[in-house]
Design a binder for this molecule. Structure first.
Ligand SMILES: C[S@@+](CC[C@H](N)C(=O)[O-])C[C@H]1O[C@@H](n2cnc3c(N)ncnc32)[C@H](O)[C@@H]1O
Length: 218
């Protein structure tokens, strides 16, 4: 089982973290290929433990229109698209065209291309300009952008919809004083402060892998 450095939690005890990953069932060949590529090329994917949480959230909420901010090689996108089913629309976004090209190849192999819209550019702009609102928005852009990503995403989320954000403990650095130049830690800290202060959101920070915050728009 692949539990690369990226997937290893910085704050869960090593044996407990390994236990969580050892419980996970084997993935299909396409997802396994993506996990191997991500490990070899150090692409920071959410990995299978967080991917299962996304799957569960899509399934229990019945989300059909899903927007993803920061999709890289499309690992999280494939889990979202499979969870939502063939009638769903999932918007993939990434700033890197090479990531998008590779992601499209995986979507084709996984047989989910028809339900995924691939957009290359700034996800914060793309979420604003894509028509309509979303049942679920998954935020995984660069961490210093998290407060701005929240500002962009919130008006585009339906009432009752879910905003799911990865890396909200940021290797535990979210919980400790951050230097002024540590923009990523500061971005995560400000995001966490904003969502818990918001009257529009009901957030829960789940300490799975690197921290995942699930917010329901009330
Ligand atoms: C952590 S990776 C995403 C991993 C992906 N969600 C997964 O789990 O498979 C972050 C990605 O976001 C992209 N990114 C960062 N800031 C962005 C922005 N403002 N707009 C679009 N893409 C962005 C980067 O190019 C990178 O590929």
């Amino acid at each position: 089982m692949i539990r690369s450095d990226n997937l290893r939690s910085a704050f869960i005890q090593e044996d407990v973290d390994k236990y969580i990953y050892d419980l996970l069932p084997a993935r299909d060949p396409v997802v396994q290929e993506m996990e191997a590529y991500a490990e070899e090329h150090r692409v920071p994917i959410i990995g299978p433990a967080v991917a299962r949480l996304l799957t569960l959230l899509v399934q229990v909420s019945g989300a059909m229109r899903i927007f993803e901010m920061g999709s890289a090689i499309g690992y999280s996108t494939i889990w979202l698209a499979r969870a939502a089913g063939p009638r769903a629309k999932v918007f993939y976004t990434d700033g890197n065209p090479e990531n998008a090209r590779r992601a499209q190849e995986y979507f084709r192999k996984a047989g989910v291309s028809k339900r995924i819209n691939v957009e290359v550019g700034n996800a914060l702009e793309l979420v604003k300009k894509t028509p309509g609102k979303f049942d679920l928005i998954f935020n995984d852009v660069d961490k210093h952008q998290y407060p701005e990503a929240l500002k962009a995403a919130l008006p585009k989320l339906k009432r009752g919809g879910l905003l799911v954000t990865d890396n909200t403990l940021w290797s535990g650095k979210a919980a400790r004083p951050a230097a002024a130049e540590d923009k990523d830690s500061r971005g995560v800290q400000e995001f966490n402060r904003l969502v818990y202060a918001s009257k529009e959101l009901f957030p829960v920070l789940i300490p799975l892998r690197d921290g995942v915050t699930v917010c329901r728009k009330v």
